[in-house]
Design a protein around this ligand. Structure first.
Ligand code: AMP
Ligand code: GLY
Length: 425
């Protein structure tokens, strides 16, 4: 089967890398892809938001399945458009993608289906938000309701900072229309875990667990980013807690979407806070996580394409997925300055050397080719990912690989997965 993968980040490189090993794939096209995905298939110069051109390409190249990686095209209805053109597509419809694209809607779904989450209020007027936050003397979390590339959330220990955050989002419009409405919620305390599940409309298959590291700085300090590294498995989620997560969160979410008339198909990602009172949903995403996908897919032994096709045909209950018992750690190398301003175009060296290390893959995120050289082209540049018999070993392997790579002003967190190692001590 010929497959078209849409996107150009580290997640898409990990998906392309995994698909390249499929027994049933004929040709893999990636649009637009990056220099890393070019080693797994053929990059096509069509941008991830050009639905019309992508569908034309798919038709003329015998594409049997389109896989939509990022949230924006999903929210804009790319799956609906492919299906209307008679081409199978992996991912939720625009109606179902609202679970991520509109945090106020996600809160409504959670409330209607008794899914545990932080207490919250939604606002469309800054004055109302300000009045509400001013009455609070506990920390608040202020979130742009729309899509903001993982940067739209402000955790404010002092409620006065919450008012400033609401002002930035609603008055200064730093995220544009993504900030037309905001969610203000209670701050939850605990450890985070990312639970990703394949959902075929009815059946749910939970993948191996992972933990992301959102803040830019070591020790979880500084502003949030798209994610600075991840490891799998997230040892804090026990088998028993996983059952609770399925029962209290995933099943009601999937049932709720069915009752709502927007059946869910694709990857459902629940970002959770594991609080002393149990797991609570911080957010739903409607796609593979980035960078969680990198360590999770390094551990998947089964044929990813077969799994994605089972999701599309509603036959997830007929397959099993095999996982490597090894752990995986992904360290994101970023441009200094990210998530703020940063310089692009610096030459990257050492990727080949890093990849020769055992059980290691270097996934490209923000890179491009310039004069035959790989240069930086985005905030998050590479996801250096290694397996190991334990999380500690995987961490050691990943950092050994990071040491082989250099580019001007490179920045990475030095403590990815350290929390898991501390927890298991
Ligand atoms: P979100 O995009 O909604 O997952 O938020 C991004 C990050 O902000 C999360 O990964 C958490 O680290 C933090 N966060 C979001 N909501 C809360 C909350 N209610 N309490 C504490 N931290 C939160
Ligand atoms: N790593 C968080 C996300 O994919 O949104």
């Amino acid at each position: 089967m010929n497959v078209l993968l849409v996107g150009n980040g580290g997640r898409e490189h990990a998906i392309a890398w995994k698909l390249a090993g499929s027994a049933i794939i004929k040709k893999l096209f990636i649009a637009p892809g990056n220099p890393g995905t070019a080693n797994c298939g053929t990059n096509i110069n069509i941008s991830a938001d050009n639905t019309k051109e992508l569908i034309n390409f798919a038709k003329t190249n015998g594409v049997g399945l389109a896989i939509i990686g990022p949230e924006e095209p999903l929210a804009n209805g790319m799956v609906d458009a492919f299906e209307a053109a008679g081409i199978k597509a992996f991912g939720p419809t625009a109606a179902a993608a609202r679970l991520e694209a509109d945090k106020a809607y996600a809160k409504q779904i959670m409330r209607a289906n008794s899914i545990p989450t932080a207490e919250s209020r939604c606002f469309t007027k800054f004055e109302d938000a300000r009045t509400y936050i001013a009455t609070r003397d506990e920390p608040v979390v202020v979130k742009a309701a729309g899509l903001a590339k993982g940067k739209g959330v402000f955790v404010c220990d002092d409620p006065a900072d919450g008012i400033l955050a609401a002002e930035k989002i609603m008055i200064d419009r730093i995220f544009g229309s993504a900030g037309d409405s905001i969610v203000v919620e209670d701050k939850l305390l605990g450890e985070e875990a990312s639970i990703l599940a394949f959902v075929d409309g009815r059946n749910i298959y939970v993948m191996e667990t992972a933990q992301d590291h959102k803040p830019i700085g070591d020790g979880d300090t500084g502003p949030n980013t798209g994610g600075m590294g991840a490891y799998s498995p997230a040892t804090l989620v026990s088998e028993k807690m996983m059952q609770q997560i399925s029962r209290e969160i995933l099943v009601p979410a999937v049932d709720g979407m069915n009752r709502n008339g927007s059946p869910y198909r694709g990857v459902l990602y629940a970002g959770l806070m594991i609080t002393p009172g149990g797991p609570r949903v911080l957010e739903f995403n409607v796609r593979f996580g980035d960078p969680e996908t990198q360590p999770i897919l390094m551990r998947m032994k089964s044929d990813l394409l077969e799994v994605l096709l089972a999701v599309c045909s509603g036959t997830l209950d007929r397959i099993t997925i095999e996982w490597d018992t090894k752990a995986a750690v992904c360290v994101v190398m970023a441009c200094g300055g990210y998530p703020g301003e940063y310089k692009k175009g610096s030459v990257i060296t050492g990727i080949e050397q890093a990849q020769t290390l055992k059980d290691t893959a270097v996934f490209h995120a923000g890179t491009q080719l310039a004069d035959g050289k790989i240069v930086t082209a985005g905030g998050r540049v590479l996801g250096v990912t290694s397996l190991g018999d334990t999380i500690a070993q995987a961490q050691k392997n990943a950092y050994a690989a990071v040491e082989k790579i250099s580019f001007e002003n490179a920045y990475w967190r030095k403590d990815i997965a350290s929390k898991a190692i501390r927890l298991s001590d």
